[in-house]
Design a protein around this ligand. Structure first.
Ligand SMILES: Nc1ncnc2c1ncn2[C@@H]1O[C@H](COP(=O)(O)OP(=O)(O)OP(=O)(O)O)[C@@H](O)[C@H]1O
Ligand SMILES: [Mg+2]
Length: 173
């Protein structure tokens, strides 16, 4: 079990991004695995790169045009060539408000959902999802922690050949 940290029943994986381009490349790798109903639950400090990651992910599934932060609109829907893309930012929502918005329809829809600040609504996230936490480690460097919940997302992490986190006390949420 050396080199492996568990959080509940799931292993935490890590990918180091030295530059923005590395973050973009990682989003592209994930986009190749995504399908209808995929849910990516993003967290990370202000400016860590959640929206930048979302933009790269959206471009990789064929969304044309500009993907902005939906901080004020909460949710934006885009048509991608490969899949619809549902982009949420729940920073300003209470759990009750999020519940009333009926986000479930998106989680179980035909597209892929990416939620910024997902840990704020963890109780209403679907039972299977991939948590991704961006940690700022320098001007352009990030540690990207992935915590799969459910066997499908655990499979993604294995296929992406992510390193298992050595677990210096980090949490993905
Ligand atoms: N390795 C990196 N990965 C992602 N973004 C990076 C990286 N290095 C620098 N950046 C820059 O950091 C900024 C991240 O801003 P972004 O809006 O994506 O953050 P955010 O996590 O969505 O913040 P907020 O919580 O305010 O919504 C961008 O300007 C991006 O170009
Ligand atoms: Mg953002």
């Amino acid at each position: 079990m050396q080199g492996k940290q568990t959080d509940g029943d799931s292993t935490i994986y890590v990918r180091v991004a030295g530059t923005v381009e590395d973050t973009v490349a990682f989003a592209e790798e994930l986009a190749r695995l995504a399908g209808p109903g995929s849910v990516l639950a993003l967290d990370g400090d202000l400016g860590a790169g959640k929206t930048r990651f979302a933009q790269a992910f959206a471009a990789a599934i064929g969304v044309k045009g500009i993907v902005n932060s939906p901080t004020y609109t909460i949710i934006k829907e885009y048509e991608g060539d490969k899949l619809p893309f549902y982009h949420m930012d729940v920073y300003r929502l209470s759990l009750e408000e999020a519940d009333e918005l009926g986000l479930d329809e998106y989680f179980h829809g035909q597209g892929v959902t990416l939620v910024e600040w997902a840990s704020l609504i963890e109780p209403i996230l679907p039972p299977e999802r991939l948590h991704i936490r961006l940690e700022t480690t320098g001007a352009e460097s990030r540690r990207i922690y992935c915590r799969p919940v459910g066997s499908e997302y655990a499979g993604w992490c294995e296929r992406l050949k992510l390193d298992k986190s050595d677990g210096e006390g980090e949490s993905t949420t």
